[in-house]
Design a protein around this ligand. Structure first.
Ligand code: SAH
Length: 297
């Protein structure tokens, strides 16, 4: 058996994992480095091998609100776990403070794992943190993760692209840095730009965003799906339409975090809800009714 030349798994020695890691030549986490790692949307099975390798070796894990606790159980038992998000409505540490903390820990010679929900470079301020590291001369590595707007929708049986519905997709944040609706975005172009629109952080401004899209030409009857706690055991999906979304969300008491998708791809869920099928849902064979359309044509 190879002997973990490339990585030292420290107090968490798992021979098979070590052997596999060696075979894959997963990198050794050097002291004084920061690794910016995506943890995916929640299901620990969606961690990458690089993320697991990072968790096993890190001295300190600085994690966000959206990182599911079950993911943290893979950390080296000797690692210090530091929460950096917001809880109970209280404001969390400022972004500047988080970046400063990463720099400070790295300078103290720690192996610093910055663990973020989804993908660090997708609406996750990963770029800002990485630039702060570059500014301070701290070496870093990026590990992409499964982003909620793709993988989270996949767990609801909704593909972000599908040949019969769309060849493009737009990802938007529904929340600007100050918490406002992103009014200054070019909504006419967004409404026209692609048949499928995926919204992050948009639950609280959904009513305004739906109005903006409808005012700029999207149909009120367009299908919309919201996926709450995507990929987690308590995942919930709400199907609605652009015109009714805000009211339905309020009526269902649907809360964050939720990823929202607008467009015909939502209809594919009737055929592709593989998680539902595990619990007995019968999947529709032609969810877009293409055969019926063809017969008429
Ligand atoms: N970097 C993350 C996104 C961070 S922004 C990523 O790549 O996924 C935070 C937003 O992401 C939330 O408001 C929500 O819209 C979405 N999100 C992240 N994880 C989610 C989950 N498990 N379920 C539903 N939405 C999620």
């Amino acid at each position: 058996m190879s002997t973990g030349k490339l990585i030292d798994l420290g107090g968490n020695r798992v021979p098979e994992a070590e052997e596999a890691a060696s075979r894959l030549a997963l990198p050794r986490f050097e002291p004084g480095w920061v690794w910016l790692v995506g943890a995916g949307p929640g299901d620990p099975g969606l961690l990458t091998l690089h993320a697991l390798n990072a968790l096993r070796q890190a001295d300190v894990v600085v994690y966000d609100a959206l990182v599911d606790e079950t993911v943290l159980q893979f950390a080296n038992p000797r690692a210090r776990l530091e929460y950096s998000g917001k809880r109970g409505g209280k404001p969390g540490p400022k972004q500047r403070d988080i970046s400063a903390k990463l720099v400070e820990l790295a300078r103290a010679g720690k192996r610093v794992l910055r663990l973020k929900g989804g993908d660090p470079f997708v609406f996750g301020r990963g770029g800002e943190e990485a630039l702060a590291l570059v500014d301070a001369g701290i070496p870093f590595r990026l590990v992409p993760g499964v982003t909620a707007g793709i993988g989270g929708l996949g767990y609801a049986g909704i593909p972000v692209t599908h040949r019969d519905t769309n060849h493009a997709v737009t990802f938007i944040t529904g929340h600007m840095a100050g918490g406002d609706v992103p009014e200054h975005l070019d909504w006419p172009s967004i409404a026209r730009g692609s048949p499928v629109i995926v919204l992050y952080m948009a639950l609280s401004h959904l009513s305004r965003i739906a109005d903006l899209l409808i005012a700029n030409g999207r149909a009120a009857h367009e299908p919309v799906a919201l996926v709450r706690n995507a990929t987690l055991k308590d995942q919930q999906v709400l199907e609605t339409t652009l015109g009714s979304a805000a009211a339905d969300v309020a009526a269902a008491n649907f809360t964050a975090p939720a990823i929202i998708v607008i467009g015909e791809v939502v209809k594919l869920r009737d055929g592709l809800d593989w998680l539902g099928a595990l619990e007995g849902r019968v999947l529709k064979r032609d969810p877009l009714n293409l055969r019926a359309k063809k017969d008429v044509g």
